[in-house]
Design a binder for this molecule. Sequence first.
Ligand code: M6R
Length: 608
Amino acid sequence: MCGIVGYIGNREAAPILLDGLSKLEYRGYDSAGIAVYNGEQIQMEKTMGRLKVLEELTQDGATLPGTAGIGHTRWATHGSPSDLNAHPHFNKDHSIVVVHNGIIENYIKLKKKLQAKGYEFLSETDTEVIVHMLDRYYNGDPLDTITKVMHRMEGSYALGIMFRDHPNEIYAVRKDSPLIVGAGKEGNLIASDVPAILRYTRDVYFIENEEIVKLTREGLHFYNIDEEELEKESTHIDWDINAAEKGGYEHFMLKEMHEQPKAVRDTLTPRLKGDEIVIEELGMTDEEIRSVRKIFIVACGSAYHTGVTAKYVFEGLARIPVEVDLASEFRYRNPILESDSLVIIVSQSGETADTLAALREAKAKGIRTLGIVNVVGSSIAREADNVMYTWAGPEIAVATTKAYSTQLIAHYLLALKFARVRGTISETEFTAMTEDLRQLPEQISLLLSHKENVQRFANRYLAAEHIFFIGRGIDYAISMEGSLKLKEISYIHSEAYAAGELKHGTISLIEDGRLVVAVLTQPELYKKTISNIQEVKTRGAFVMAVTTVGNTEVEKVADYVIYLPETNPYFTNSLAIIPLQLFGYYVSIGRGLDVDKPRNLAKSVTVE
Ligand code: M6R
């Protein structure tokens, strides 16, 4: 999704904007641009393509002198990727300039009105209506002009705006798109995400919906849509700056996979206190936990897959019925939510548009909501009734790895807590399971240390056209994630099937040499899945099996076996995902692809 950066201070703006944009590359983009006020006029450069094209074009910012500016990386929604559609966008006399993240839903209507008034449009973007509207309503007072335009726009937006008449000010505003403000010693900044400004400040303000910020060299002023000044508290970000850098690894994805033992430990240990699970952020008494009759888990992509796993864990351990929904479906299906339901919203970024909308849908119906979120202070974290953070740290690669792993941990902790409070597992089981949880970080490290074996195997499949993943129960949930991991970064067609479903259609796709990845970690289902492996083997498939150590029977049917350390069957996904992530990663780099920024994808999907 688009990335926004803005800076006003004592230093040259352009290099800071380019640096900030480079930290937002992970969001996915197709073009980039910056606009800088040089004291007399606002100068702009923008181009299709990678940031390095913009860097070359501006000689690393040197051709755009000035100490106030805004920058943007665009992920096309309205209009194809092109120089003209890239941001920033000017009004007709270049006295106002805008960068935008989001979608203006009523832009066609607004565009027609503006055209009727004689405004000419140079791009196909929805953004251009914003700058022409600002021009139309401009009355010398930027704040008043911005609020007039806000009243007329529908949709989502984070905006950075500069007015030529106000050389010492930058304005920013947000509604349903992420935007933060940083207060630095040498200047003030805006950005779509924290990594973009960490080098300049750690004091950050989270902007709420329909709030407006005026940034000057000296300070920050916050307003609501009624133009009333607001007091806001800053948050100190104490991330290690290296956490947002590659730290010697070739790719963010590789680095983040290796951070999983720590991320899992950080999410787990503060909540495992003695022989208790303490989740203070849950905000529920034991009585309230006992009164929950149904859980809905709502999320997108990989976060949804953690929900599919969680369904088995919650139902198995705590005996509560669970429905798992894709957020884009949940928000429009008018789900039957009773007052004794709990809606768990899962999101790494905390900004995914569909997930946020699903949260609001549940809240509007008066249902208790719990967010499992990674990004502190994100929209979902702020809007959910309660938030349980996954302490994965900043995740930059588009393909999620460590955030996924920590979401699983959050689900396990909740399910165990619920099971204990509701009396559906014994003390002995509870103690044994918490002990198994404590072993996971070490076990994940062990699996990561065997990465070369997975790489050797992956190198044999660089030219594959289709790869299938099969499993039953929890192993089906992990197959879904393994398949997504592979296809999103390798562009190889892949699907996951519940192994028992093969015979109902899919098996016709199996032919000589087709790779089938079979996951079988569930003791009660081993034999069933072994039969399914036999079925695909008979039809010529090459089978890689992922199973638990000791299950040597599988060697009789599979061509290649990866063994996982032993853990409780409810937690096996935390281990099985490691070789599957590594497999996707090595296939992607073996094919020479941009593994951290796969085509067409964005890290944070802030539009519907
Ligand atoms: O930030 P979120 O967790 O809400 O994002 C949800 C999905 O967009 C995300 O998990 C996506 O599927 C990843 N690219 C998968 O690697």
